[in-house]
Design a protein around this ligand. Structure first.
Ligand SMILES: [Zn+2]
Length: 63
């Protein structure tokens, strides 16, 4: 089982790269068992959505 440190590391890495199947399943398992990493994962998702929105706005500005 992953430590919380490894799990949060993977959660942030998956914003930038595709996790391999082994990492993905280990991460999913950890998140299922661990409430704080589940919360962290949710925040990462929201954060990446916001970042994407900001990027869109920037692109429009630069156009
Ligand atoms: Zn955890």
């Amino acid at each position: 089982m992953l430590t919380c440190r490894q799990a949060t590391q993977l959660l942030s890495e998956q914003q930038d790269r595709q996790l391999v199947f082994k990492e993905q399943s280990a991460l999913q398992f950890h998140v299922m068992m661990c409430r704080s990493c589940r919360r962290f994962g949710k925040q990462m998702k929201i954060l990446s959505l916001l970042t994407k929105e900001f990027k869109k706005v920037d692109e429009v500005k630069n156009d």
